[in-house]
Design a protein around this ligand. Structure first.
Ligand code: T6T
Length: 314
């Protein structure tokens, strides 16, 4: 009779196991504060951070607010600062509201590394590591334009103003869209990083302008909601949807034809670079003020091949 062997060690999202622990007593302590907990982008970044922390012999603990909201992230920063880590890696949830709390952390001699998002004046930070968000926005316009050679009405579904990454994506798309007279750019709608709100907003936009030909959705949740709304309106053949990020729901929508392309970031690498910068700053090594990690375009044609390496972990 075959024995069913159940492993006592839970597999982590990262493909290792959760019993892996980095460092030893006396090792440098890092804290990672996500933009929002449970978001596959930050889950994947956490995998990169934990793998690199293990390699470098430092410890890391990870926390994130339940929503992408500075009023929820600030108390986490305050409690992490009180725990006196050597360095904080953080994706700040607002360019203004997170400025003072992070500056206060840096003034306590905690090294601060900004991963993904940034703040208005990041001069206190050791390093800022992010995708080419503006370039990704411009690439999203190019994709919509290639799919709609005759132009038409287009709009952006974003999250909230004041988030550096999505604002840069909007800027990149908007600049390109306004320069192309074939397109009638209808502006930005804000979904507050909520999938259901994005679906509701796109339904209303399609009721008002039934001839919309393209939507650029600036992150996971706005993209997943946009695709749901487009499919509910049965407009998936008419409306071309390009979404930033590459979480599992988005990949499903790419494969079923509701979404035409995903602009995938490299959150794992952002995490690896973040740890390297933190450790360099703590050990007197050279740091880089800005690191850009690019982006990759994933379509139905490459998602099971070359594009598969860019999909996020969950
Ligand atoms: O798009 C990423 C991240 O880059 C952005 O700052 C916030 O939203 C995500 O986490 C995706 O959900």
């Amino acid at each position: 009779v075959p024995l069913l062997v159940v492993s006592a060690v839970a597999l982590s999202a990262c493909g290792g196991n959760d019993s892996d622990s980095a460092g030893s007593s006396g090792a440098k302590k890092l804290s990672f504060i996500q933009g929002v907990a449970g978001d596959e982008f930050y889950v994947t970044m956490q995998c990169g951070i934990e793998a690199e922390a293990k390699k470098k012999g430092v410890t890391v603990n990870t926390q994130g607010p339940a929503k992408f909201d500075p009023t929820l992230q600030k108390p986490i920063v305050d409690s992490v600062v009180a725990s006196k880590p050597d360095a904080i890696l953080i994706a700040p949830t607002d360019v203004s509201a997170m400025q003072a709390p992070l500056q206060a952390a840096a003034s306590q001699k905690i090294k601060v590394v900004l991963v993904d998002t940034t703040v208005n004046d990041p001069s206190f930070a050791v390093s800022q590591i992010a995708s080419d968000n503006e370039g990704g926005g411009a690439a999203a316009f190019k994709a919509i334009s290639d799919l709609n050679p005759n132009g038409g009405k287009i709009l952006i579904m974003s999250t909230d103003p004041g988030i550096s990454t999505v604002d840069a994506r909007v800027k990149g798309f908007e600049t390109a869209a306004k320069a192309d007279s074939k397109f009638n750019y209808l502006g930005v709608q804000y979904s507050h990083n909520d999938t259901a709100t994005a679906a509701r907003l796109i339904t209303a936009a399609l009721a008002k302008d039934p001839d919309i030909v393209g939507v650029f959705a600036t992150n996971t949740f706005s993209a997943a909601g946009t695709a749901t709304g487009v499919r509910q309106a049965n407009k998936q053949d008419q409306v071309k949807v390009i979404g930033f990020d590459a979480g599992p729901d988005q990949v499903g929508q790419l494969k079923d034809g509701t979404v035409q392309a995903l602009i995938a970031q490299d959150p794992y690498q952002i995490g690896v670079d973040g740890v390297d910068q933190a450790v360099a700053s703590l050990t007197g090594g050279a740091t880089e003020a800005k690191i850009q990690t690019g982006f990759h375009i994933v379509t139905k044609d490459n998602v099971d091949g070359e594009g598969a390496q860019y999909l996020y972990k969950s």
